[in-house]
Design a protein around this ligand. Structure first.
Ligand code: KE4
Length: 433
């Protein structure tokens, strides 16, 4: 495979026109390629593991719409189910049986979830779960971890990951100090720091929220004992443990990271995969806690399109596909082959690299490592990553346009797709030394 100078004429024209219409020409910052530079790719269509841009260049896609496309883009069974659902209308604003169906599937799959509320994004799910943590405990403070991203709600925009880290934003203007004064932060994988926060804030911390596997600071896995330690610390201090599984849910395993690691939080947020590519978020947990949510309890949260029949349909079909025997063994094996091949290719090119994968998520840093927290993640060579990203695009592989994101595989990525990807990495690493 050799690099070809990509013809991105139409992407360029459309992206230029977008600048006058939308801030940065995008609907979400990371898509603007600011941290990797060069011409963002404007997608025309997606199918299976592939994306095509407006100039008809085909890419093997390892972003997968940031997680939802775990069965492959536009899976024929999901598309067919949506066609049928469309005939019955796109939104009811009233109870519908499909909500019961998806709720029952989530409750059956995710160990911590006895009741669930659907919303329309991961941000909404995290906003609501924070309000619920505070309502249930009567406490105001929360602990989050540097580099973890829980959507763009004000109180979480403190040392956040994903686009905030990508753009090097010193947290965000427009967020009043009064809003973030209750947000305490600790380095990921640092139980001692969490213990100190509890000691300094007795009976004041509503809960601890984290990505049980971090996908928004690059890819960082929990050290042995970290999740278990948080479970004990929150129990000892009368606080709640919340796993933000918007990204890891139904990806790390069918029951999420909590099933994989055997650590059960009090509350869980979800999104992405459970919407099968349509806008969905959800939060859930112990019935005793969820009963506080209006109208069964006093904690208010609402949404016009929450639980809409199209999103429910796509989610139901996606989970049915994922529930099939052997799904996660397949995802684990192909992703492991991918990351091992990437690491080997980088080392053969004489480059420093550290990386890993769990199930259908992977990531690597262009530095020696190990990377156990966001501070250590910042050692990655972002300039060299930018050159790698462009070299891979020219070889038909679409990686997340940021060193501080994770990679996503799907059931649609074939062995030959992985082989082609590894060939592209070998050439690209050689080209950027
Ligand atoms: P959304 O509001 O973007 O649906 O979800 C926010 C969110 C919450 N929690 C976790 C763990 C997440 O990963 C996300 C969103 N993930 C990013 C990808 N790094 C979305 C991509 C984007 O911002 O464009």
């Amino acid at each position: 495979m050799t690099a070809n100078a990509l013809n991105t004429t139409r992407s360029q024209a459309i992206f230029e026109a977008a600048q006058a219409l939308m801030p940065g020409g995008v609907s979400s910052p990371v898509r603007a390629f600011r941290s990797v530079g060069g011409q963002p790719i404007v997608f025309d269509r997606v199918k299976g593991p592939y994306a095509w841009d407006l100039d008809d260049n085909r890419y093997i896609d390892y972003v997968g719409s940031w997680g939802p496309a775990i069965c492959g883009h536009a899976h024929p069974e999901v598309v067919a189910a949506l066609h049928d659902a469309l005939e019955k209308g796109t939104s009811f604003g009233a109870p519908c049986e499909l909500e019961n169906q998806l709720a029952a599937m989530v409750i059956e799959a995710v160990p911590s979830v006895e009741m669930v509320r659907f919303v329309n994004s991961g941000t909404e799910a995290c906003m609501a779960v924070l309000r619920l943590m505070r309502a249930f405990t009567g406490r105001d403070k929360l602990i989050k971890f540097e580099g973890c991203y829980h959507g763009h709600a004000d109180m979480f925009l403190v040392k956040a990951g994903s686009g905030v880290a990508t753009l090097g934003l010193p947290d965000s203007p427009g967020v009043p100090r009064s809003t973030t004064s209750n947000t305490l932060t600790a380095p990921y994988n640092d139980l001692e720091a969490v213990k100190e926060l509890f000691a300094e804030n007795p009976d004041a911390i509503a809960g601890v929220i984290l990505e049980p596997v971090v996908g928004n600071a690059g890819f960082i896995t929990p050290e042995p004992g970290f999740l278990e330690g948080l479970r004990e610390l929150t129990q000892e201090n009368g606080s709640l443990l919340v796993f933000d599984e918007v990204m890891t849910g139904f990806r790390i395993s069918y029951g999420g990271a909590q099933q994989r690691f055997g650590v059960i939080p009090d509350l869980t947020t979800m999104g992405k995969v459970i919407g099968g590519g349509l806008p969905v978020g959800a939060y859930g947990g112990k019935s005793e806690i969820m009963q506080m949510v209006a109208p069964s309890g006093p904690m208010y949260q609402a949404g016009t399109l929450s639980g809409n029949p199209l999103a429910m349909t796509a989610g139901i079909k996606t989970l049915e596909l994922l529930k099939q025997e052997g799904t996660y063994d397949r995802l684990e094996a192909s992703t492991e082959r991918l990351i091992n091949g990437i690491i080997q290719a980088a080392k053969e090119a004489g480059l420093a690299i550290t990386g890993s994968s769990i199930s259908a998520m992977f990531g690597f840093y262009l530095c020696e490592g190990p990377v156990r927290n966001f501070e250590e993640a910042k050692a990655t060579d972002t300039e060299r990553f930018a050159r790698l990203h462009r070299a891979m695009l020219e070889r038909g592989v679409y990686l997340a346009p940021s060193a501080f994101e994770a990679g996503f595989t799907s059931l649609a990525h074939s062995e030959s797709d992985i082989d082609a990807t590894l060939a592209a990495f070998s050439e690209s690493f050689a080209a950027i030394t």
